[in-house]
Design a protein around this ligand. Structure first.
Ligand SMILES: [Cu+2]
Length: 95
């Protein structure tokens, strides 16, 4: 791996109207710093909160255009996340 390897940044659009995350699955390469940006829209309802249980992350999106979450990439993993009521789901894959 190059010591000049770049950070990885990807975006997920939170679509409250269709109750979905786009894309629903985001993949990062192992071993490089990774950031996932959640882009929110209006009238978010319970989607104004994003919860990564395994990572102990619980972030409010409401009122912010963009919220950045640091994803650990030290090992291959799948991190599931959900809205504040655990109704809508997405995942982050590190491989
Ligand atoms: Cu919900």
């Amino acid at each position: 791996m190059s010591i000049f390897s770049k950070d990885q940044t990807k975006k997920v659009v939170v679509n409250a109207e269709n109750h979905g995350y786009k894309p629903a699955t985001v993949t990062f390469k192992q071993g490089k710093p990774a950031q996932l940006k959640f882009i929110s829209s209006n009238n978010m309802g319970c989607m104004n909160e994003v919860v990564f249980k395994e990572l102990g992350i619980d972030e409010k999106l409401d009122g912010k255009k963009e919220v950045t979450i640091d994803i650990p990439t030290d090992k291959p993993a799948t991190y599931n996340y959900a809205c504040g009521m655990d109704m809508f789901h997405g995942k982050v894959v590190v491989k």
